[in-house]
Design a protein around this ligand. Structure first.
Ligand code: ATP
Ligand code: MG
Length: 300
């Protein structure tokens, strides 16, 4: 089995500036970060003690592939991606473990919202709709069934970006606009929906339904442009459904960490810290991440 990298050690070659649930961010210089995707996995906002081998590689290469696909569809798009090449500061012995799980990106101020787009009604949106007929407070056509596509097209349904240990909260687009201000709010909303539509069409041809996904954006303070940042269209940030199994009116099997979530709930471990996943869960989750990646790209 491939090596699992939970806490990459750069041996002080670059300063660590932030550690997310999955990624470690290092400073290359004042304009550039090294964005390292580890094999860590979180569920219910808690990071597991062990990891999924090669997950960080898949996340990095999938994001890279999607940036290209999205730029082809929307040529004016700007992303934070610079290169998959490692910066010269990284010593030779450390490079193999970091290659392809790291990207150099532009260091930007990230807007503090998660730009979620939903094409289909499921998850927390389905729960809210059943209670109130709305999704993130937006009134939606009556009579929808679980997992049905929104009849008027995908919805921009942002959430707050919670600090570590807290949970993101679904909000109405007007609340997101109050957080980030105009003209950024409108740009983020329309760009997110355009990106979702392009990705959805591309994936559908490859038998993958992108039910929903989350984007993040940063600001280029010199040009005032809104830039697509973070990871994109990975199983960590999206709900992927195999097209051949899609049936309206029920929950769908999905290519994400549902296997892990179900195991945590069944074993009464949901929300607990320091959990060791058993081999079977690691294996099954790894295969699901691979499958989602393979449908989109023939790489790996
Ligand atoms: P968080 O750490 O915010 O709880 P997370 O667990 O999803 O979120 P990771 O995905 O592990 O975090 O780490 C990525 C972090 O880097 C996110 O906080 C994201 O907002 C931030 N980020 C993404 N792109 C950039 C960028 N170009 N410049 C600065 N920060 C970025
Ligand atoms: Mg993240």
């Amino acid at each position: 089995m491939a090596e699992t990298i939970i806490h990459p050690d750069l041996q002080g070659s670059l300063p660590l500036i932030a550690r997310g649930k999955v990624r470690d961010l290092y400073e290359v210089n004042d304009k550039t970060l090294l964005f390292v995707a580890t094999d860590r996995i979180s569920a219910y906002d808690v990071v597991m003690a062990n990891g999924i081998p090669t997950k960080g590689l898949l996340l990095t290469l999938a994001t890279r592939a999607w940036f290209k696909i999205l730029k082809d569809a929307l040529p004016s798009l700007r992303t934070h991606f610079i290169t998959l090449d490692l910066p010269p500061q990284i010593p030779a012995p450390l490079r193999p473990a970091l290659q392809n799980r790291s990207m150099q990106v532009r260091r930007l101020k990230v807007f503090p919202i998660e730009a979620i787009v939903r094409g289909y009604i499921t998850g927390s949106a389905w729960k809210e709709y059943q209670k109130s007929g709305t999704v993130h407070g937006i009134p939606v056509a009556p009579g929808l069934e679980e997992s049905e596509a929104f009849p008027d097209g995908p919805l921009y349904t942002p959430s707050t970006k919670a600090k570590q240990g807290e949970h993101d909260e679904n909000i109405h687009p007007d609340q997101a606009a109050a957080i980030v201000g105009e003209p950024y709010a409108s740009t983020i909303a329309s760009l997110s929906v355009q990106l979702y539509k392009a990705a959805h069409a591309y994936a559908l041809e490859r038998n993958l339904i992108i039910a929903d996904t989350k984007f993040e954006f940063g600001l280029d303070e010199e040009t005032n442009e809104v830039i697509l940042v973070d990871e994109v269209l990975t199983p960590d940030s999206s709900r992927f459904w195999p097209k051949e199994k899609y049936v309206v009116g029920q929950a769908q099997e999905s290519f994400d960490k549902q296997v892990l979530r179900d195991w945590l709930v069944e074993s009464g471990l949901k929300g607990k810290e320091g959990i060791q996943m058993p081999d079977e869960i690691i294996q099954n989750t790894g295969e699901i991440y691979q499958e989602a990646f393979k449908r989109v790209t023939s790489e790996l």
